[in-house]
Design a protein around this ligand. Structure first.
Ligand SMILES: *Cc1c(COP(=O)(O)O)cnc(C)c1O
Length: 321
């Protein structure tokens, strides 16, 4: 690394605080009072279709630029929003992007895969092998030149700090926030929010992207230096929304996704935000979130996944669950 590279700042993909608005019709429909429920719109971040990964990528792309790499490499599920936003971020800063996606190439590129291609990413399908193993081979093989590896879901201790900043932003916008409901994938978003707002404020809804969402989030919090304050057992995690697994649509998710659309004109995705909304519905039903308690639903994006999910899109669509 030379002196010039050290001066390269993190790129800006999020130009200011994301919007927060009331969702009174949804609040009342799920048993809260009007005024209780707010939606924070990280889905409207202006990079590549939006979503929470853009905040983390400001940090990881900054590292990539300072390392002098010519390309970035990351891994994910076929409909990874992180992969899509990594491709968009790479296009924005002028780096090549290689995505190693699990499974075989789909017969038609739908949803996020279509967008990955539009952003000019080079996609490698891992087939039966793990995407991480294929990515390791590609990286050590050297054929890509100098590459900067971006972790699964874009989450590490450095990038999760983006959500400490977002927590401060949220606290300014909603000073009396009592609950923040958020989906857990690779864990960085919840880890940052807990570090910024406290474990008692954040309800994470595990979407099944990692074997144990609680352990993953706790590991990131510890790596950020807040493990003594917020040990694993202090975290509020709902594991009941995973259902048959990450890529399967649950009944609760379909119902929540439909409710948000019908009551608010608000679009959720079948993998993350739909599950998180189902977790919110259940939390109110069991009295974990009560009327009169100011609640923020963090909309983390993911809409392209709706158009790539077999329960909703594609000629060989499974019958809806
Ligand atoms: C990745 C993702 C999440 C989860 O964020 P993590 O920081 O990976 O836990 C939530 N919602 C959407 C739409 C995502 O793409």
């Amino acid at each position: 690394m030379n002196g010039d590279q050290q001066l390269i700042p993190d790129p800006t993909f999020v130009s200011g605080p994301t919007q927060v608005h009331l969702a009174d019709r949804l609040a009342v429909a799920i048993g809260l009072d009007a005024g209780d429920l707010l939606i924070k719109r990280d889905d409207l971040i202006e990079l590549g279709g939006g979503g929470n990964k853009a905040r983390k990528l400001q940090i990881t792309m900054g590292e990539a630029l300072r390392s002098g790499a010519g390309a970035v490499l990351t891994t994910g599920a076929p409909q990874s929003n992180h992969a899509r936003l990594t491709a968009a971020a790479a296009a924005r800063v002028g780096l090549r992007c290689v995505l190693v996606l699990q499974e075989e190439a789909p017969p038609k590129p739908l949803g996020n895969v279509l967008l990955d291609q539009l952003f000019g990413a080079h996609i490698v399908w891992s087939g039966d092998a793990s995407a991480e193993a294929v990515a390791d081979d590609l990286q050590t093989g050297g054929s890509l030149g100098s590459v900067s590896r971006i972790p699964f879901g874009g989450s590490n201790a450095a990038s999760a700090k983006a959500y400490i900043d977002a927590a401060g932003e949220l606290r300014n916008q909603v000073p009396d926030v009592r609950h923040v409901v958020v989906a857990i994938g690779s864990g960085g978003t919840m880890a940052g929010l807990v570090s910024g707002l406290g474990a008692e404020v954040v309800l994470g809804v595990d979407c099944g992207a990692v074997p144990d969402g609680r352990a993953t989030v706790a590991g990131l919090i510890a790596a950020m230096g807040h493990g003594d304050q917020y040990p694993a057992e202090s975290l509020r995690v709902d594991r009941s929304q995973i259902g048959a697994g990450y890529e399967h649509l649950t009944d609760g998710t379909r119902a929540a996704l439909t409710l948000a659309a019908e009551r608010e004109g608000l679009l959720l995705d079948p993998t993350y935000t739909g599950r998180a909304c189902s977790g919110l519905v259940d939390a109110v039903a069991r009295g974990d979130i009560r009327p009169g308690e100011r609640t923020v639903f963090l909309h983390t994006g993911g809409l392209p996944g709706l158009f790539g999910h077999p329960a909703f899109a594609g000629s060989d669509a499974e019958p809806p669950v």
